[in-house]
Design a protein around this ligand. Structure first.
Ligand code: HEC
Length: 161
């Protein structure tokens, strides 16, 4: 068997078995149309931690509502409600992405309506407010995607405006 034949075989095998290699890797794929939310690595970690906390709060709201525990609904809703310090954090996170901060603030203010309904023991009102709040989660996720950047890029993006 010649060396050339072996080479041909290995090229064939590579073409068949290695076909996956030419498929674009997800992170190499072009953008999916969402606006990048530029963040330094530590901020990106922090933002995702916040997000998992938001999901946990929603979980607590639903579980409390199932038991008609309106005090617990209200307490859980306040974890995602509006505050000055929350608004400051959203302003920092959104500094490099036009429109992000107002979207975030609308989310927190919508979440406040959950506690308002809970204080009235208004079950349908809690569900409607929760639905509206989840709508703001969905809307922001459809619009923005994290983009981890280095310090130079962050400074350029945030000092330019
Ligand atoms: C103002 C924008 C905004 C709002 C509002 C928002 N999120 Fe997010 N969320 C993001 C971004 C940006 C990411 C990162 C997505 C990416 O990079 O693909 C994210 C990621 C997440 C993740 C993934 C976290 C991880 O560890 O990877 C969860 C869970 C999540 N969000 C839950 C929620 C829930 C629940 C709500 C509403 C109660 C919510 N988010 C509201 C912007 C938002």
């Amino acid at each position: 068997m010649t060396r050339r034949f072996v080479t041909v075989l290995s090229i064939l095998a590579a073409a068949l078995l290695g076909a996956g290699d030419v498929v674009a890797k997800p992170d190499a794929a072009p953008g999916d149309g969402r606006t990048p939310l530029p963040l330094l690595p530590m901020m990106a970690e922090h933002q995702k931690l916040q997000m998992r906390g938001h999901l946990q709060a929603v979980n607590e709201i639903v579980a409390a509502l199932a038991k008609d525990d309106f005090a617990a609904v209200s307490a859980a809703a306040k974890k995602i409600g509006y505050s000055e310090s929350e608004a400051q954090m959203c302003t920092h996170i959104g500094a490099g992405a036009p429109g992000f901060t107002p979207t975030a603030i609308t989310f927190h203010k919508t979440a406040d309506t959950i506690a308002v309904a809970a204080q009235k023991r208004d079950r349908a009102g809690v569900l409607a407010a929760l639905g509206a709040t989840l709508g703001t989660c969905v809307g922001c996720h459809a619009a923005y995607k994290q983009q981890v950047v280095d310090e130079a890029t962050w400074n350029q993006l945030t000092h330019a405006r």
